[in-house]
Each structure stands twice: as structure tokens, then as C-alpha cells.
Ligand binder design. Structure first.
Ligand code: HEC
Length: 152
């Protein structure tokens, strides 16, 4: 190996180390950011808490029809057409007859997939399955404050 070649290899190695170091430093604050917001959502850090994670997606996408607290009183509620109203998702009596799987399906695949109105859109191109699960959790914990208790 001649000297020049050795120098070239040394330079390439050096550059690699510098790039690695730079990206390593850049990635660190991001990782901290992520773990902080994760802790806010999951103060006990159990890794199982998903409810509040669905809140923003609910407010941003569902509340225009279903309303901020689920009472079917969002700004679009009365514009869906003759006789069509969003469902009152704060109705614990109704929602406790629905399984989480059912809620997941109507959200992911839309009203028509379960024989409801096509005014209830499908969200499969908007949200991942995980995000839909988080919305279902949010409905349970903060909107109907209820769980499935049998029935239909
Ligand atoms: C454009 C208005 C609109 C938007 C936006 C909308 N929905 Fe709906 N949703 C409806 C309507 C209308 C129905 C009732 C359909 C019927 O009565 O046949 C419905 C029904 C439902 C049901 C069924 C309740 C039951 O009886 O089991 C669930 C759950 C639901 N929506 C959740 C959501 C969620 C979660 C979002 C946001 C990701 C959302 N909806 C966004 C209009 C909307």
C-alpha cells in the first residue's frame, strides 16, 4: 500500500467518524423530546397508556361532527343531509353495547361497513391501526367513560 492510499483511507475513516458523531448528537435531543412527551402521556411509564394519545386526533378529525365532548353537536352535525345525524358518542348506554372491535371497525372502515350511514367516513387512509386503537381508548376513557358490558 502506498502512502497516498493510506492517507485516503485515513481521511475516509475520519469523515465517517465525524458524520457519525454529528448525527449522533443531532438525534439525542429528539430522543429526549420523545421520551418526555411519552412520560407526560404515561406518568407511571407502564407503556400501556394510549388513551390521551387519541385526543388530538379525535378533536381534529371527529369533533367537527361528533362534538368536542361527543354529544353529536359539532359544527358539521346539522349539515349531513336529511335525517342524518352523527351518533352521540357520549351516550354510555349506547357505547357500552359496542365492543372495542366494533368501534375499531366503524372508525377504520366507515359507517357503510357496519350498515350505518355513509356520512360516517372511513379513516383507514388517515390513521394507522395503532392510532385508531388510541382513538377507541379515548372514546372509552374521556367521551363515553364506559366499557363494553354485553348486549349487541
Ligand atoms: C362528517 C361527519 C363525521 C365525522 C367527521 C366523523 N363521524 Fe362518526 N359518525 C357520523 C355519523 C353520521 C354517524 C352515524 C351513522 C348512522 O347513524 O348511520 C357516525 C357514527 C360513528 C360511530 C358509531 C357509533 C355507534 O353507534 O356505534 C362511531 C364510533 C364514530 N362515528 C366515531 C367517529 C370517530 C372516532 C371519528 C373521527 C376519527 C368520526 N366518527 C368522524 C359522522 C361523522
Amino acid at each position: 500500500m502506498n502512502n497516498r492510499r493510506v492517507r485516503t483511507i485515513a481521511t475516509v475513516l475520519c469523515l465517517n467518524i465525524m458524520i457519525f458523531a454529528a448525527t449522533g448528537f443531532a438525534a439525542e435531543p429528539l430522543a429526549k423530546e420523545r421520551s418526555r412527551s411519552h412520560l407526560e402521556l404515561d406518568p407511571e411509564n407502564t407503556g400501556t397508556y394510549t388513551g390521551m394519545a387519541g385526543k388530538d386526533n379525535y378533536i381534529g378529525n371527529c369533533s367537527p361532527c361528533h362534538g368536542l365532548t361527543g354529544k353529536a353537536d359539532g359544527p358539521l352535525a346539522d349539515s349531513l343531509g336529511e335525517g342524518v345525524q352523527p351518533r352521540n358518542l357520549s351516550d354510555a348506554t349506547l357505547l357500552s353495547t359496542r365492543t372495542n372491535e366494533f368501534l375499531f371497525k366503524v372508525i377504520k372502515s366507515g359507517g357503510v361497513s357496519v350498515g350505518f350511514s355513509e356520512s360516517m367516513p372511513d379513516w383507514k387512509d388517515t390513521f394507522t391501526d395503532k392510532e385508531i386503537e388510541q382513538i377507541v381508548q379515548y372514546l372509552r376513557e374521556s367521551i363515553c367513560k364506559c366499557n363494553y358490558s354485553g348486549g349487541k
